[in-house]
Write a protein that binds this ligand. Structure first.
Ligand code: DC
Length: 225
């Protein structure tokens, strides 16, 4: 069983995907973390992420593993945990370069298909192109979003919690920029697929989002793998 979750930045899709996976006993796969892992590796090895050939060459030989930990999913690149770097503030430009790299995408999409197919009884896979490219035949597709102002406010609060005071207008500008990049990427762009269940999380709690998604999945009576 494959549950595909795509959506905009800071829409709450990661939390939702994790909760749905836990509720249904499925494997949770955060594909964004794989792109982040490649970007973190490039920064560590001083590989210029704008150099598409070099990045593709490096990515081709990397072993990328996602593992569960108490504080969420971690990414291991050639056995080294690069989660902190992959999620750090300095990664944004590098990860966008990596996600725009067609050869890196081919490699990671193949890996994601393998992970999804091997997962028993199935997986909840989250990203931008899961329903469109990775698993176009997914049992159910979700498209998760919220108004840009709401998403920017969430990020603003997250930054504050981590001791960083960034003006809310700056955070909103970053969110809009990332939306544009996600939607205009030549390969693997974010789109709402026909038939995808769209959820606007703007006025919903995390619990309500999970509850609605689980209800939709159960209503479809999806069985088997
Ligand atoms: O979901 P996230 O913000 O952790 O994703 C990190 C980056 O990778 C972001 O620039 C979008 C990109 N991405 C992608 O292009 N395709 C995916 N399936 C997942 C993420």
């Amino acid at each position: 069983m494959i549950i595909a979750i795509d959506g905009t930045v800071s829409s709450g899709k990661s939390t939702a995907a994790r909760n749905v996976a836990r509720e249904l006993g499925l494997l949770y796969i955060n594909t964004g973390l794989m792109y982040r892992g490649v970007a973190a590796y490039c920064l560590k090895e001083n590989i210029d992420t704008a150099d598409k050939e070099k990045v593709a060459e490096a990515a081709a030989s990397l072993k990328i593993d996602l593992v569960s930990a108490a504080d969420g999913q971690h990414v291991l690149v050639n056995g080294t945990d690069l989660t902190a770097e992959a999620k750090g503030p300095g990664i944004t430009v590098a990860v966008s370069d990596v996600a725009d790299n067609v050869k890196v995408r081919e490699r990671l999409v193949a890996e994601q298909r393998r992970l999804g197919m091997e997962a028993k009884p199935g997986a909840v896979m989250e990203g931008r192109d899961i329903g469109s490219v990775v698993f176009p035949d997914a049992d159910i597709k979700f498209f998760i979003t919220a108004p840009a102002e709401v998403r920017a406010h969430r990020r603003y609060l997250e930054f504050l919690e981590n001791g960083k005071k960034v003006p809310e207008e700056t955070v909103l500008a970053q969110v809009l920029e990332r939306d544009k990049r996600d939607r205009e990427r030549p390969v693997g762009a974010l789109v709402k697929m026909p038939g995808a269940v769209e959820l606007d999380t703007g006025d919903l709690t995390r619990e309500e989002v999970t509850e609605r998604m689980v209800r939709e999945i159960r209503a479809r009576k999806i069985t088997g793998d």
